[in-house]
Design a protein around this ligand. Structure first.
Ligand code: DGL
Length: 273
């Protein structure tokens, strides 16, 4: 039996990834879940993010999904490896859970000439050092400079991303990042919320610095994965449908979601655990 591809985020951010998946792989069905009732994840402990993410993954499996994308860097950093190595073999050996850190790490070094890249992410993602570890596998000589941006998700979730108040924190975190190295010439927005701040971030970037968002990268990587794993692709249904679930209020989710997804959506409430 085939079922939609599951796409998970702590809240709205994963919609920026889903938007690109839908663009590049429109034939598939997708089911999105935002754990808005417990967002943000970025400041939560390893144990909590793992527990919440595993509950979400089990929810997708209950919906019949064979493939789940953790479209959240924080969940990918803190929960993915445990879920893949400890949980899947027991609960669903035939199903797959993929994250966003590996596909981004596979290509990020290609954007830099200087060999210095910046990672802007939540506190949780930065503290996990997941990007340092993954990038070292693909670009061993790359110098990686990380900057936690704890105020960006709250600014975005509260609709302040295009208002003058956001400028202070955009500039402040960019200044901190460049104080680590003036040679940084490529920056990864390593949190799925951050594309909403893209215009403001660009306006403060020194000339010649590339700003890399993850949506397209993750979509290209998924397309390749599905080509290489036909046994999984065959279990993903293909009617071009989208459905959206949130653990919080569905009407609020519908109102906020269009800024991230670029079109109006209809959402339903669900409980986890
Ligand atoms: N969108 C999530 C990410 O990519 C972070 C948001 C949060 O802190 O919950 O890391």
């Amino acid at each position: 039996m085939s079922a939609p591809i599951g796409v998970f985020d702590s809240g709205y951010g994963g919609l920026t990834i889903l938007k690109e998946l839908k663009k590049q792989l429109p034939q598939y069905d997708y089911i999105y879940l935002g754990d808005n009732a417990r967002a943000p994840y970025g400041t939560r402990s390893f144990e909590t993010v793992y527990e919440y993410t595993l509950e979400a993954v089990k929810w997708f499996f209950d919906q019949g999904c064979s493939l789940v994308i953790l479209a959240c860097n924080t969940a990918s950093a803190k929960a993915l490896r445990n879920i893949q190595q400890l949980d899947l073999p027991h609960i669903a050996p035939d199903k797959r859970v993929l994250g966003v850190i590996r596909p981004s790490s596979e290509v990020l070094g290609n954007y830099s000439k200087s060999g210095h890249v910046g990672i802007m992410a939540t506190v949780g993602t930065v503290q996990s050092d997941s990007y340092i570890l993954e990038l070292a596998k693909f670009f061993p000589s790359l110098q990686v400079h990380q900057q936690a941006c704890p105020m960006w998700v709250p600014l975005i979730e509260n609709g302040e991303y295009d208002k003058p108040g956001a400028d202070y924190f955009v500039k402040a975190y960019l200044d901190h990042l460049f104080s680590q190295s003036k040679d940084i010439d490529a920056i990864l927005l390593a949190c799925t919320h951050y594309p909403l701040l893209e215009a403001k971030i660009r306006s403060y970037l020194p000339e010649g610095v590339k700003l890399v968002a993850q949506g397209q990268i993750v979509a290209e990587s998924l397309a390749q994965y599905l080509d290489n794993h036909r046994e999984i692709a065959n279990k993903c249904s293909q009617n071009g449908t989208l459905s959206f679930y949130t653990t919080d209020n569905a009407q609020t989710f519908e109102k906020q979601a269009s800024a991230f997804f670029g079109q109006k959506i209809e959402a339903k409430h669900t409980d986890l655990a």
